[in-house]
Design a protein around this ligand. Structure first.
Ligand code: FRU
Length: 531
């Protein structure tokens, strides 16, 4: 009896103790979290996000007179998707952006969906003059009234022009310029000046394929051909295409590249962007024979295997002297974009990237790397020639750098059939992990314990994987980290993974671990960025 009473007392004491310690932990946790505003914790340091409201796809990106222009799908009155406008931001280097007044508002013809803009240097449209050439934008009108009435022809293409370098726009009175041919998903026009065939060229998503059109004046468009049915990934609807010629690196050859976003149906679920490489005779796109072989093996090729790079397209009017193909994507995924834990605004864009077309062992590959302008923002550099990794190693911690604005570069060597995991973490046990599983042959990002994840079931229910088929013992890694995003570029951007995460407090250390065999990190460069 006495014994039982003693045991009960002991259990009570233990419980009180446990409860007290749990409670005090919770309190520190809560106090700590409260010490941060939403902007402190989640507003990107150097990825564009709107001051307030909802943002999705990048639209109408062009360069003119020293400024890069970024428009974006925007709903200023809420933090979820709604009547679409085009927001606007400008930058001299694609890194620091200044938000400008809204460029395009919805009207009686519909919401303003995604599209593109070109500089009409020769005034082919007649909207401006040779002295002051117009910028011409094409967007999709999405007519909600027709959609609600159960019709299927509610998307058509309209144009607008600007005579003050993209600041304000006038919609063309005779819109739409491309009427709906009775196709439900008929949207996201991307115009390119096709210098090879001396024509304006337009690619448009049409359900499970794209349509190509050409024009002489940006107002009258003639359909030429279609591409895509039964080719590549078709787990969802095709959206936001982009189509342009690219020099094959290290050669005089060029090929045409089609970027094709798809939602859902990405390699790790939800939204993602696949690409195709081939030839274009001015009317019709034909897949390159060797690309077709790759496609048979891999089914589809993806620009980014992470979950958070969608609807990305390239800038128009980049000068020939510059010659780069410059790309920005929306850093989110329709699977959960409207639920991420920010209140004032939702989502950011990826870092601006340079695309390159490579040909190795007869295989074409589209690589992407952060634009070189990022180098101008380095405020502090830490270097290490060799790091031998024998057990868990802390590479860097918050006493040395701010872990929410880093550009890290290193080479991993002596890799065996092992699991190599890098991790940014904090004292709340939040961690965003990435690395290579060489046993099962994939690169990965794991955000299961990255902080706030419960807002959506499919935000962190799986590890994101980028599979590889050829083995290696060495790999080059570049990692760009902001407060809520990680962008990992392997082997100069041949494999890319972009993901977002929401820690409960800032990350405090960057560490690495492996399962069995030791390995080396060489030429480690940690650049802290200034913003
Ligand atoms: C892609 C997309 C586009 C559409 C826009 C609407 O994310 O669905 O196809 O134009 O978003 O906001």
């Amino acid at each position: 009896m006495i014994q039982i009473r003693n045991i009960k007392r002991l259990v009570l004491i233990i419980n009180v103790f446990l409860f007290a310690s749990l409670y005090s932990c919770k309190e520190i946790h809560m106090l700590d979290t409260k010490a941060y505003t939403e902007d402190d914790l989640y507003r990107s340091n150097f990825h564009f996000s709107p001051k307030k409201g909802w943002m999705n796809d990048p639209n109408g990106m062009f360069y003119k007179n020293g400024y890069y222009h970024l428009y974006f799908q925007y709903y200023p009155d809420s933090n979820v998707w709604g009547p679409m406008h085009w927001g606007h931001a400008i930058s001299t280097d694609m890194i620091t952006w200044t938000e400008k007044p809204i460029a395009l508002y919805p009207d009686e013809k519909g919401y303003i969906f995604s599209g593109s803009a070109v500089v009409d240097e020769k005034n082919t449209s007649g909207f401006g003059t040779l002295e002051n050439p117009p910028i011409v934008a094409m967007f999709t009108y999405h007519d909600m009234v027709r959609e609600k009435a159960g019709e299927i022809n509610y998307q058509s293409q309209g144009i607008a022009y600007s005579l003050n370098e993209g600041l304000t726009w006038t919609k063309y009175e005779q819109n739409p310029v491309i009427k709906n041919p009775n196709i439900k998903d008929f949207r996201d026009p991307k115009i390119t000046w096709d210098a090879i065939h001396q024509q304006w060229l337009l690619v448009l998503a049409a359900g499970d394929k794209v349509h190509f059109y050409i024009s002489k004046n940006l107002k009258d468009w003639e359909k030429q051909s279609e591409f895509g049915r039964g080719i590549g990934a078709h787990g969802g609807v095709w959206e936001c295409p982009d189509f342009f010629p690219m020099i094959v690196e290290g050669s005089d050859d060029y090929k045409w590249v089609l970027l094709q976003s798809i939602n859902p149906g990405g390699p790790n679920g939800g939204s993602a962007t696949q690409y195709f490489v081939g030839d274009f005779d001015g009317k019709k796109f034909t897949l390159d024979e060797s690309f077709l072989q790759d496609l048979k093996q891999e089914k589809s090729l993806w620009l980014d295997y992470g979950r958070d790079n969608y609807a990305g397209v390239t800038f128009s009017n980049i000068s020939e002297v510059d010659g780069r193909k410059l790309f920005i994507g929306w850093m989110s995924n329709w699977d959960y974009a409207q639920k991420v834990p920010t209140d004032k605004w939702r989502s950011s864009m990826t870092i601006a990237r340079e695309l390159k077309l490579l040909k190795e062992d007869k295989q074409y590959k589209l690589s992407s790397e952060p634009v070189k302008e990022l180098k101008n923002y380095i405020s502090k550099t830490i270097k290490k020639d060799v790091l031998k990794i024998k057990k868990e190693t802390i590479i860097i911690d918050k006493s040395m750098v701010d872990l929410s604005r880093l550009d890290i570069h290193f080479t991993m060597k002596d890799l065996k059939k092992d699991n190599y995991t890098f991790s940014f973490s904090n004292k709340f046990n939040n961690s965003i992990r990435f690395g290579i599983n060489k046993k099962e042959k994939y690169f990965f990002i794991d955000r299961k314990n990255s902080g706030i994840v419960s807002f959506s079931d499919n935000f962190s229910n799986q590890i994101t994987k980028a599979p590889f088929s050829v083995d290696f013992d060495k790999v080059d890694v570049r990692v760009i980290v902001d407060k809520t995003s990680i962008e990992v570029f392997y082997n100069n951007g041949k494999t890319v993974m972009t993901e977002i995460f929401f820690p409960e407090k800032p990350m405090e250390k960057f560490s690495v671990t492996k399962e069995n065999s030791n390995f080396k990190i060489e030429n480690l460069i940690i650049n802290q960025l200034k913003f």
